[in-house]
Design a protein around this ligand. Sequence first.
Ligand code: AMP
Ligand code: MG
Length: 403
Amino acid sequence: MRPLLSIEQYRQSILERIPEPRPVTVPLDTAYGCVLAGRLASPHDLPAFPSSAMDGYAVRSADIAAAAEGVPVSLQIEGEVRMGSAPHAEVLEGRAVAVPTGGMLPEGADTVVPVEECRVEGGAVWFCVPSRPGRNVRPAGEDLLAGELVVEAGRRVEAADLGALAAAGFAEVAVYRTPRVVVFSTGNELVEGGGDTGPGQIHESNSFMLRALVRRAGCEATYAGRVPDDPGALLRALEAAPPGDVLLCSGGVSAGRDDPVRRAFEGREEVGCVQVSVQPGRPQAFGVFRDKPFFGLPGNPMASLVSFELFVRPALKKMMGLPPTVDYLNATLDGALEAAPASVRFVPVRLTESGPQLIACSREQRRSNQLAKLAQSDGMAEVPPGAGLNAGEPVRVLSIREW
Ligand code: AMP
Ligand code: MG
């Protein structure tokens, strides 16, 4: 009899065998989606120099303090600041220097008067209103001072983070590498590539769903193909796997006569087959094969999906440098859900928003092979073992779509 483990026990046993990730330094452009391995502080003030926030004239505010409607003040124009260059001159008393948005503020000036407020005549510019010190000036270090945090460690790099890191001058960053997952399917009945199926055959579908789940988790996925129900063929396929960090196989883990994962690893150390008190998803296999984590998920699509979320995704998160949690949504049930005897049961539900609440609606009992029904759902509601859940009760839901 194979051991029966709780969901948490099994997940823990998997996580214990996933080594802590090691940081690698990558060009900034390839860091998108990866988790930063260290906190990154700005090596200098950002912006590094004071600049103009408007197209206008850089002046000394004191020079135009007396300007008023009907009593204009004129200053002599002393050339213009060019983008990307240091100002050619400082702003002396009685002078103004034209400056574009983002142009470096010349020495001496403490304010920029927008062109819309100026009248230019010959070599002079006229002002009818004063401009307070600091107006339209972006001081150096306004965004960040040297040594201040740009992006925190442990954060998954998003577009704005990349922008901020590039702006602070980082060309490369230390991240945890995104795992590449190699997906296999097992089963003599599986037909690949669409088209017709013969008697007893079905279209292979788990590889599509699992690759998408892997990508949704932020990792890379490749498909290594279908393996027949033959333990030798499975071992050969795993040995010849395309480059990757994780082996993810569906089907063939239960106690059936032909189940290749169970038969391939029976009596061997590296991969263990267990039973987990979850429905669907009871038979599971996990181990380390040729230094790579190997997951054998049950083939039923719904069981594959639930097992991925409960066991594979947390492991991938650990490899990516994230906390290895399972993320649940909190919802309220709109109808009763029966419990499974001695197992945590997952039931597909639709989710709807009702004010601040999420309502989980289960419309009917479904078997774990009903993939089309799964596609019409938004998540899998978790029913703990026991008396079941009643309408109006809170329920945790594994989300299968973005919410
Ligand atoms: P197994 O886990 O191999 O006993 O398979 C359980 C059920 O899932 C069977 O009905 C299989 O035909 C089905 N199944 C297994 N693998 C796949 C797959 N890759 N795509 C679609 N259905 C599958
Ligand atoms: Mg099978």
